[in-house]
Write a protein that binds this ligand. Sequence first.
Ligand SMILES: Cc1cc2nc3c(=O)[nH]c(=O)nc-3n(C[C@H](O)[C@H](O)[C@H](O)COP(=O)(O)O)c2cc1C
Length: 312
Amino acid sequence: MRIGNLTLKNNVFLAPMAGVTDSPFRDQCIAMGAGLVYSEMVSAKGLAYRNANTRQLLISRSDAPCAVQLFGSDPEVMAQQAASGELDGFALIDINMGCPARKITGNCEGSALMLRPSLAYRIMEQVASAAKVPVTVKIRAGYDEDHKNAVEMAQLAQRAGISAVTVHGRTKEQGYRGVADREMIALVAKSVDIPVIGNGDIVDGKSALDMLERGCAGIMVGRAAQGNPWIFAEILAYLEGRPYTPPTLEEKKAVIMQHATELVALKGDIAMRQMRRHVCSYTRGMRGAAAFRGSINALNTLDDLRLLLEKL
Ligand SMILES: Cc1cc2nc3c(=O)[nH]c(=O)nc-3n(C[C@H](O)[C@H](O)[C@H](O)COP(=O)(O)O)c2cc1C
């Protein structure tokens, strides 16, 4: 699949997820076959103020293509950051126009931009002309049932020089509830010439194929990849008509340990706090996992994790 001048090895992508898609997790998804992975969302303003926590989100060690996702509402600040050397190494820049969290929309960022198409256009246009790499945008089906304007937004994106649009088929009002509107995604795919990436409720090969059959050039997997980087191997096998063998318990444990070790190497022992969430996801549904949920919240070191996994 091509996005701007970038050629990707396939069209099955990992969605940006704050608190989840850290660099070691992205590496696991790449190892399982993901064609493109996205960073957690990064504040353009935070970068402009050289905020240390914000800059830490830019750590990326893999050579495989990775997108960095920026959020913000000021076209100049967004464009300045898009052009800055800080983002060197990322294969593309994605603009967040989908986040429904109040602390984001309250600043007219994220999905609030779905209600401000002219500001959204200026952001897209200025970022696209300032960036050294292709620029994409991630939108929702609309703001609410009365404002389902994904088609208009995608057409604006195309006019602004954006190289691809990802559509999460829910409105801002829906948050993560209900089901993603795939009819709306299909409508967007018909309405623009740039590639459309379909997102929402892809959980296996069948739902991935269904999204592609709606006219999407690519697909993006969010929650179903949490604690399950193997989903990329599963989806790719399904799409290519190959058999898929799920990982064994020992393989899963090895991936959890590797993820944790790399996160600690990047961030120090504080990383284990972040890792607790991952461990919850990795072990969901495993036999015996419910019994040690409490111990996950007490994980402080890699040795704690090693002992916990031995009990599984
Ligand atoms: C924990 C979490 C964090 C998320 N963070 C972001 C984010 O930083 N940027 C973004 O564009 N979307 C974010 N999303 C939305 C996902 O990228 C995706 O659009 C959404 O989960 C729908 O896809 P899914 O049904 O496959 O999960 C987040 C979702 C979750 C569950």
